[in-house]
Design a protein around this ligand. Structure first.
Ligand code: SAJ
Length: 406
């Protein structure tokens, strides 16, 4: 049996994957409401293929509780909240989870940390926590770091088919944990030491951030020169060794926009490119605002209340708004002491900003300029509803007349 601690975006699908591939699983979360929902047969967020996997896992006997279990393997996938002001994550939940495990685990148990943590966190916080409780690492308990790599929107597929990294202190534990993940992971599982696993995960997300920053910087250059950045990237990407990502209104989410700061924070004198990339991507919401301003002048739209932002989440077809470019843009407007933009997102049911709509048609009725911030399937499948509107399309999904690009 394994005990998965933390049943959020990563912990839940991972627990379900283990449960449907021959491992007995108990999922633990301190949130009673979430545990009750799962026990009542309801998933707690939307994700392609999750419902079916959940059904199958329930049939295979997965259970959910708020209590930590006595077992040999613990997988910790708790959140690592991010503090925007000092660009640091708070490892308190990971530390608390480890402490709770130590209260119940038998001798020789293995604690696998899946949560993404800044390089060095396990040495700096987790080992001292364990040792301060009188446990000897490598004898009483073992440690492993198996950072997740799945992309929201395609998690179920990627759990099976992405390669994984497992960091441990010994080959024996590496073999034991690798065998466990092999039950469902059909791709290569690389074993290494814990610090390398921590660093590799952050390096992967930083690489993507830098690539997107390149696309965004090209967008600004092409805008000034009156050139089509999308056409340039499309052609450049035909080169066998070039693969530039897509420009956009900014980089959001809890991963790509956060992880590079770990390197900037720890190596301020060395992480120059990484820092510049962050600055470029963080400047994009302001660039979108400038574009809105120019288009309003161009189209003689004088009332900012007739401008609508489509999309509040950090990317398409997910309900996660963490660090979303739209929220960054609204924040930027508030700092410029103006507001009044209308906002709508089919994936965000609760009110989180001013002037937020919950009906697509009502939103469209009240605006003349629609800014596509997120290319949810809803708008891609209903593009004809934007006929007659002025559109600023930051995602290159709209081909209607009167469409502006970044
Ligand atoms: N974005 C662009 N242009 C692009 C691609 C993305 O502007 O060409 C924007 C998105 O709109 C979004 C942000 O970047 O605002 C991040 O989205 P994403 O889809 O690139 O990545 P995430 O944050 O959903 O997931 C990433 C993935 N990491 C990599 O691909 C290296 C995923 O595999 C990780 O598991 C995840 O971070 C994580 O949890 O660390």
């Amino acid at each position: 049996m394994i005990n998965i601690i933390g049943l959020g975006y990563i912990g839940l699908p991972t627990a379900l994957m283990f449960a449907t591939h021959g491992t007995e699983v108990v999922g633990t979360d301190y949130n009673t409401h979430l545990v009750n929902e799962l026990n009542a047969g309801r998933t707690t967020f939307k994700e392609d293929g999750l419902e079916a996997l959940f059904e199958e896992a329930l049939n295979k006997g997965i259970t959910f509780t708020t209590k930590y279990q006595k077992t040999d393997i613990y997988i910790i996938a708790v959140p690592t909240p991010y503090d925007k002001r000092n660009k640091k994550i708070d490892p308190a939940y990971v530390i608390a989870a480890v402490e709770n495990v130590l209260e119940v685990c038998p001798k020789g148990a293995c604690i696998v940390i899946e949560s993404t943590v800044p390089p060095g966190t396990i040495d700096r916080y987790i080992r001292p926590t364990i040792e301060s409780k009188g446990f000897v690492i490598g004898k009483d308990v073992h440690l492993a770091h198996a950072p997740e790599r799945i992309i929201p929107g395609n998690m179920v597929y990627e759990l099976k088919y992405n390669s994984r990294t497992i960091g441990t202190d010994s080959q024996e534990i590496a073999t034991r944990i690798k065998e466990l993940y092999t039950s469902f992971c059909q791709s290569e599982i690389v074993t290494t030491d814990i610090r390398t696993a921590e660093m590799t995960k952050v390096v992967e997300n930083t690489f993507r951030d830098i690539n997107i920053a390149y696309a965004n910087e090209l967008t600004k250059i092409c805008r000034r020169e009156g050139m089509d950045v999308y056409e340039i990237i499309r052609i450049a990407n035909k080169h066998p060794r070039v693969n530039i990502l897509s420009p956009g209104p900014g980089v959001g989410g809890h991963c790509i926009s956060v992880d590079p700061w770990f390197l900037v924070g720890d190596f301020p004198d060395l992480a120059n490119l990484i820092w510049q990339a962050r600055k470029i991507n963080d400047s994009m919401p302001e660039f979108v605002l400038e574009r809105i301003h120019n288009i309003m002048k161009d189209q003689s739209i004088t009332d900012v209340g007739r401008v609508g932002l489509y999309g509040l989440t950090y990317k398409e077809d997910v309900d996660d708004v963490r660090e979303s470019p739209t929220l960054q843009l609204l924040d930027c407007m508030t700092r410029h002491l103006s507001s009044g933009l209308k906002v709508y997102d089919p994936w965000v049911k609760r009110d989180i900003v001013a002037n937020q709509y919950h009906e697509f048609d009502a939103f469209l009725q009240d605006v003349d300029l629609v800014v596509i911030m997120v290319a949810h399937s809803e708008i891609r499948e209903n593009m004809d509803k934007l006929q007659g509107k002025v559109v600023l399309d930051t995602r290159k999904v709209c081909e209607l007349p009167n469409t502006y690009r970044l």
